[in-house]
Write a protein that binds this ligand. Sequence first.
Ligand code: FCB
Length: 420
Amino acid sequence: MLKFPDNFLFGTATSSHQVEGDNIHNDWWFYEQSGKLKYKSGKACNHWELYREDIKLMTELNYNAYRFSIEWSRIFPRENEINEEAIQRYQEIVNLLNENNIVPMITLHHFTSPLWFMKKGGFAKEENLKYWEKYVESIAELKGVNLFATFNEPMVYVTTGYIQGYWPPFIRNPLRAGKIEANLLRAHAIAYEILKSKKVQVGIVKNIPIMKPASESKADIKAKEKADNLFNWYFLDAIWSGKVRTPIKTYKVPKSDVDFIGINYYTVHEIKHSWNPFNLFLEVSLADLSKRKTLMGWSVYPKGIYEAVTRVQDRYEKPIYITENGIATLDDEWRIEFIIQHLQYVHKALSEGYDVRGYFYWSFMDNFEWAEGFEPRFGLVEVNFETFERKPRKSAHVYGEIAERKIISDELVGRYGLEL
Ligand code: FCB
């Protein structure tokens, strides 16, 4: 039997654009309509209307935490227009969660930005941070939230949007990417200060893909170190050092802090040396560590969650939440196995004294998976995207039982677990 601490959070996670529906004022919506993105989010899960039902379901399933994001473009649909009704709706969501003993964790920025903000250059321009500041100030007024994350996966935002250019705003410009990175750190520092004056816990969510060298050769090992630094460490290091190292230059940013680090963990990459300078002399591919690939094409490597937790905490000595971990599959037995095996490794970290305070499964329900649309099914709860009917899968109940008792039984470990 694996016992978790009594105050451990067993929650689920979502983000605004992926579940709410009709987020017509953000950049993703714009590119969905223009056809630049293959899929349209449309009504998504219609969570903006069905939030009561969704929270009721979370309550029935015994989940005791919920991480969701606020849609900036709902709060400020236009530069100088604040939508008080939207703030009220988020307040109502927070109240409902608290009434049902579900701890809310709010993400301020989960990939989407208001279209008007992007038209002004978005995070590429430091002077635009005044808009961010106004937004954060309006959210700081919410009552009953103790856990805030400023950004979700800042380096994914930087690389997909500004280096590889396959997500909005579809730019391939490493110099611009560096500026964005620096400004996200500045934005974090601004938000940290505003929110700390409200005596709440403020963190940041960083995904930590595990990097493995493709071979034991010196060149591959060096390439792996570089990938790890550029993608995983330099951004987090800069929070305290005030210096962000990018492949082109080093930027000075204000020193800041976090009260916790949120780790999103999904998969493992293989890094090879390359002679291509435009690729920074390295090649990144999905590691072939598991025979079966998820609907995202990802390998499953449960031990990676332990490696991510231990490396991040050894390096920064901050409390950790697993803010996302999940699998896209139609095989729900595989989902159960995935959850149990990853939780076994979270438990191992806990038993070695690492301070992990919670685990949020991605995702509460099937939703709009960005450039991949509605095909990858990450949900504990199945969603019919025509009728918006919700149907908890078996995994939803198995996870609920773990959440309720804070225990993984020997039976579950025996049936789905690994020998550690
Ligand atoms: C993470 C994102 C989240 C979701 C999962 C599958 O990178 O934070 O929105 O798309 O991947």
